[in-house]
Design a protein. Structure first.
Lengths: 484, 100
C-alpha cells in the first residue's frame, strides 16, 4: 500500500492552460472583440514559462513526473507554441471567420496533451496524453471548412488514421499488461533486464511503434499527412508539423529510455528499412507537388525519416541528436510557415509554386528569408539543418551503419531538389502578378526573424544546444540508474 | 468458467472484423461503427485479462478506454454530420478532392 502523492505544484503549467482553455469555451460567446483571446493566451504562456522554470521537480501520483528530460522538452514545446501563437494572431486578422476564442482554447488543450505525454510514467498516461493532443487538432483542421469545404476531408483522413493508431497502441498495451501485470515503465524495464518475456514485449513494442509511426507519418502510413496539412489553416499546419511531431518523438524516446531500453538494438535493426524508405518516398513525392504546403508536408515526412535514423545505433547520444534535429526542424517550420502566412495575406495564389515566380523583385526581404530557411531544410552548410543532419550521419558512421549513411546521403541529394526548385522559381523567373506590398506586422516577423537567427546561429555554432540536450539526457540517465 | 483463450479469440476476431470494416467499407457511418467495434474488442480483452489474473488495474483501464471510445465517437459523428451537410456525401470513395 502506498500513499498517493498529490503534488499540484508540479502540474501548475497544465492547470493554467486548462483553466484558460475552459475560460475561452465558457466566455467567448459574450465578448464582441475577439482579440482578447490572443492577449490572454499570451499571458497564460508567459505565466507557464515562469512556472515551468521555477517550480521544483517531483511526482504527481505515480503517473506523471516532472524531471530533467520532461522539463527540457516542455520548455522547447512552450517556446514553439509561443511563436506559433504569435504568427497565428496575424493569420486570424486576415481570416476573420476563424478568429474565435475556441481556436486558442483547442490549441491550449492540445498543448496540455503534449505536456502530459512527455512527462508520463506509464503507458496508459502516455496514451491518454496522446489522444488529448490529437483530438483538438481534428477540430482545428475541420474548422477551416469556412474557407475551403474540402478541409473536412483532410480532417476525416487524419481522424481515421489516428483512431487506427490508437487501436494498435492499445493492442500493444494489452500485450504488455498481460505479460507484466502492470503498465509502469520501471516494471517493464526490471522484467526486461532480467530477460523475462522478451518476445511478448518486443511484439508489444512493435505494435506501439506502429501506432507512433501512423501519428509520425513514417512510410507505410504516411498517406494522411499531405491531405491533413493542406486542409488545415496555416498555423495549425505549423503546430502539426512542428510541435506534435516533436512531442511524439520525445515521448517515444522516453519509452525507449525508461521502459524498453534493453530492446533498443533490436528496434534499431527493425527501423533501418522503414527510416530509409521514409526518407526516399518523402523526397521523391515532394518533387512533383505544385502546392507549397503539400510539398512541405512531404518534406516533413522525409524529415521525420532522417530523425528516426538516430534510433538505429541504439546509442543514447543518437537519441539526443534526434531531439536536436526535431528542435531545428521546429524552428525552421515556424519560420517557413510564418513567411507563407505573409505571402497568403498578399495573394492567396502565392501558395502555388508556379505563381510564386519572381517575388524576389518586389519582396527582396521575404525572398531572402525563404532562401535561408529552405537551405536549412535542404541541409546546405551555413545553416542549422546541415548541422542536424551532420550529427545524425556521424552517429550512423559511429554505429557501423556506413551503407545506411551513404544511402541517406544520396536520398538527401534527391530531397534537396524541391527546395531548390522553389528558390529558382522565386529568383529567376518572370513575375506573373501585379500586387501591393503588405506591411510587415510585428507579431509575424518577430518569430520569423527569431527562427532565422536560431537557424543561422546553430548552423555556425551548434555546441550550446547540443551540449544542453546531451547533458540533460546524461543527467537524467544518472538520476535514473543511481537514484531510485 | 469460460477459459481465458476463448476471450482472447473473441476479442481478436472482433478486432479483425473492425479493422476489415474500417479499411474496406465505403459508408462513413459503417466506418465509424467499425472503429467502435475495434475499441470494444480491446475493452473485452482488458476486462478478460483483469478477470483472469485477479488484478484490479485492468478494470480501471477499461473505464479510461470507454471514455476514449466515447470521445472518438463524438469527434467522428461530428465530422460525419459536417461532411453530409457541406459536401452532401456519405461514401468514403466519393470524398477524394486531395490526391497524389
Amino acid at each position: 500500500m502506498f500513499t498517493l502523492n498529490l503534488n499540484f505544484s508540479v502540474l501548475a503549467v497544465e492547470l493554467i492552460f486548462l483553466i484558460t482553455g475552459i475560460f475561452f469555451f465558457l466566455v467567448d460567446k459574450f465578448i464582441k472583440n475577439k482579440n482578447y483571446a490572443y492577449y490572454l493566451v499570451f499571458l497564460a504562456i508567459l505565466l507557464g514559462f515562469g512556472f515551468l522554470m521555477f517550480t521544483p521537480f517531483g511526482d504527481f501520483t505515480k503517473a506523471y513526473q516532472k524531471d530533467f528530460f520532461s522539463a527540457t522538452i516542455q520548455l522547447f514545446l512552450l517556446i514553439g507554441a509561443f511563436l506559433i501563437v504569435l504568427i497565428s494572431y496575424t493569420f486570424l486578422q486576415e481570416f476573420r471567420a476563424l478568429n474565435y476564442g475556441e481556436f486558442y482554447g483547442l490549441f491550449l488543450f492540445s498543448l496540455i496533451g503534449a505536456f502530459v505525454m512527455v512527462a508520463s510514467q506509464d503507458l496508459l498516461t502516455l496514451y491518454l496524453g496522446m489522444e488529448l493532443m490529437s483530438i483538438p487538432v481534428y477540430f482545428l483542421i475541420a474548422s477551416n471548412f469556412v474557407y475551403g469545404r474540402n478541409s473536412l476531408e483532410g480532417s476525416l483522413k487524419y481522424f481515421i488514421a489516428g483512431a487506427l493508431a490508437s487501436a494498435f497502441i492499445i493492442l500493444g498495451l494489452a500485450l504488455v499488461y498481460h505479460s507484466q501485470g502492470s503498465l509502469i515503465f520501471k516494471d517493464i524495464f526490471t522484467n526486461l533486464a532480467q530477460g523475462l518475456n522478451k518476445k511478448e514485449l518486443f511484439a508489444a513494442l512493435i505494435l506501439i511503434l506502429a501506432g507512433f509511426s501512423i501519428k509520425l507519418s513514417l512510410v507505410p502510413f504516411h498517406m494522411w499527412a499531405p491531405d491533413a496539412y493542406q486542409a488545415s489553416p496555416l498555423p495549425v499546419t505549423t503546430f502539426l508539423a512542428g510541435i506534435v511531431k516533436f512531442a511524439l518523438m520525445g515521448a517515444f524516446i522516453k519509452i525507449m529510455i525508461l521502459g524498453f531500453s534493453p530492446l533498443r538494438v533490436e528496434l534499431g535493426t527493425f527501423l533501418i528499412p522503414i527510416a530509409l524508405i521514409t526518407v526516399l518516398i518523402g523526397s521523391l513525392l515532394a518533387i512533383k507537388q505544385d502546392n507549397i504546403v503539400r510539398m512541405l508536408a512531404y518534406s516533413s515526412v522525409a524529415h521525420v525519416g532522417y530523425a528516426s535514423l538516430g534510433f538505429l545505433s541504439g546509442d543514447y547520444l543518437g537519441y539526443g541528436f534526434i531531439l536536436f534535429y526535431m528542435l531545428i526542424y521546429l524552428f525552421t517550420t515556424i519560420g517557413t510557415f510564418g513567411l507563407l502566412i505573409y505571402l497568403a495575406s498578399i495573394k492567396r495564389e502565392f501558395l502555388e509554386i508556379p505563381s510564386m515566380s519572381g517575388i524576389s523583385q518586389k519582396l527582396p526581404l521575404v525572398a531572402f528569408l525563404i532562401l535561408v530557411l529552405f537551405f536549412s531544410l535542404a541541409g546546405v552548410p551555413p545553416t542549422a539543418g546541415f548541422m542536424a543532419k551532420f550529427y545524425i550521419f556521424i552517429m550512423l558512421v559511429k554505429g557501423n551503419f556506413i551503407g545506411v549513411a551513404i544511402l541517406a546521403l544520396l536520398f538527401s541529394v534527391i530531397g534537396a531538389y524541391p527546395y531548390l526548385r522553389v528558390i529558382k522559381v522565386i529568383y529567376m523567373d518572370k513575375p506573373l502578378y501585379d500586387y501591393e506590398k503588405e506591411r510587415y506586422s510585428i507579431s509575424l516577423f518577430i518569430p520569423i526573424i527569431l527562427s532565422l537567427f536560431i537557424v543561422l546561429l546553430f548552423g555556425v555554432y551548434p555546441k550550446p544546444a547540443v551540449d544542453f540536450i546531451q547533458r540533460t539526457l546524461y543527467l537524467y540517465m544518472n538520476m535514473l540508474l543511481f537514484h531510485t | 468458467m469460460v477459459p481465458f483463450e476463448y476471450y482472447v479469440i473473441l476479442s481478436l476476431l472482433l478486432f479483425v472484423i473492425g479493422l476489415a470494416g474500417a479499411l474496406f467499407r465505403r459508408n462513413l457511418i459503417i466506418l465509424l461503427a467499425s472503429l467502435e467495434i475495434i475499441m470494444n474488442a480491446l475493452i473485452v480483452l482488458f476486462a478478460a485479462i483483469s478477470y483472469h489474473t485477479k488484478d484490479i488495474s485492468g478494470y480501471l483501464i477499461v473505464f479510461f478506454l470507454i471514455g476514449m471510445a466515447a470521445a472518438e465517437a463524438g469527434v467522428g459523428l461530428t465530422l460525419a454530420v459536417l461532411i453530409y451537410k457541406k459536401l452532401k456525401k456519405v461514401y468514403v470513395d466519393e470524398i477524394n478532392f486531395f490526391r497524389g
